[in-house]
Design a protein around this ligand. Structure first.
Ligand SMILES: NC(=O)c1ccc[n+]([C@@H]2O[C@H](COP(=O)([O-])OP(=O)(O)OC[C@H]3O[C@@H](n4cnc5c(N)ncnc54)[C@H](OP(=O)(O)O)[C@@H]3O)[C@@H](O)[C@H]2O)c1
Length: 323
């Protein structure tokens, strides 16, 4: 019998993981499994094409939202890869989000059904309340308790329209209210986590309560953003420490940022229309950062979010004042 050495095994393992992350899954608190790497879809310039490329590159978790207004195009990309036999529906994990304008308990199921229709799907693997802040369709803040919205989410799960349910942009106090007052705990909290906003306290809270964290804007201010920061000059991809780690592991600095999130046990959601970036961002399963390296990157915190959702600041449930 041929004995494989550790290094051969590692080489084989990393080669297979480059093309697919199938099998790298986390167990959710409801017993379902979620892939540990996601593809973001907000502001994609070529949604259908980029989704196709992402799934071909090995992404299995697709983060969508009614708010992104591209569900039809994304559904088209998903159908295309399924029809070509690249993946089956069961191998994909499609996540969606409830609009802030559909927060009454009775609106949840019709809103979810509309998203399913646009995506061309029979069920979502995950449905999230996009934020605890309810508004009218004109964008006016309304005082509608997200606990009532959560009751609608529980009903959607009972009907099998969403296999798992969760929240996004909720702080710990808000999650505590759901844990205390409702029947089903959120399986996920999707929040901003990246080197320039490590969000340590809220991530720790979610872990203690067995709630998986999906990390949005995973590059933080390392990539150009719409608004320049006046008081800070955040680290970019040419930051010397990131460059040092990139040399050490033979990777790109962008890949160090992705691996940092995996090694913190959160699910990165990078978004890209660039074929090379789409490939590179998920090609991070052949190395691991040390605990010390992760801790050093945590110190890059500039305590400034990419998305402050400032237009909702006057909402009674504005969630960003505290973690
Ligand atoms: N729940 C929420 O409230 C919420 C809020 C915000 C975002 N999200 C989710 O999180 C996803 C990601 O967040 P995000 O859109 O802010 O962005 P992000 O992934 O942090 O950054 C996207 C930007 O980074 C660039 N980029 C990607 N990979 C790169 C690489 N390897 N090298 C250099 N540049 C790279 C992209 O440009 P190229 O296209 O040129 O690569 C794009 O300009 C969203 O799409 C959405 O699904 C959720």
């Amino acid at each position: 019998m041929k004995v494989l050495t550790c290094s051969t095994l590692l080489t084989l393992l990393s080669a297979s993981l480059l093309v697919s992350v199938d099998g790298c899954k986390k167990k959710l608190n409801d017993g379902n499994e979620i892939p540990d790497f996601a593809f973001g879809t907000f502001k994609l310039k070529t949604p259908t094409q980029s989704i196709r490329r992402a799934i071909e590159a090995g992404y299995r978790l697709i983060d969508t939202a009614a708010f992104y207004a591209n569900e039809e195009e994304i559904g088209k990309g998903i159908r295309d890869v399924i029809e070509r036999g690249i993946v089956t529906r069961a191998e994909l994990f499609i996540s969606g989000k409830l609009l802030n304008t559909n927060h009454s308990k009775e609106q949840v199921i019709p809103a979810l059904k509309l998203s399913l229709k646009k995506l061309g799907l029979e069920y979502l693997d995950m449905y999230l309340i996009h934020s605890p802040m309810a508004t009218t369709s004109e964008g006016e803040n309304i005082c509608l308790d997200y606990v009532k919205t959560w009751r609608g989410m529980e009903n959607a799960q009972k009907l099998g329209l969403a296999r798992s349910i969760g929240v996004s942009n909720f702080n710990s106090k808000q999650i505590n209210r759901i844990l205390t007052l409702c029947d089903v705990p959120p399986a996920v909290n999707e929040i901003e986590v990246n080197p320039t906003y490590p969000n340590l306290a809220l991530v720790a809270y979610c872990k203690v309560n067995n709630i998986a964290v999906m990390a949005y804007s995973p590059f933080g201010y390392m990539v150009p953003r719409r608004y320049d920061l006046e008081d800070y000059s955040p680290p970019k991809f040419n930051d010397p420490y990131f460059v040092k780690l990139a040399h050490k592991y033979g990777k790109k600095t962008s890949q160090i940022a992705m691996r940092y999130l995996i090694d913190r046990n959160v699910i990165p959601i990078p978004r890209s229309d660039n074929p090379t970036h789409i490939q590179e961002n998920i090609d991070v399963y052949d190395f691991k950062l040390t605990t010390k390296e992760v801790s050093t990157i945590n110190t890059y915190d500039i305590n400034t979010k990419v998305y402050e959702l400032g237009f909702l600041r006057n909402n009674v449930f504005y969630s960003f004042y505290q973690s």
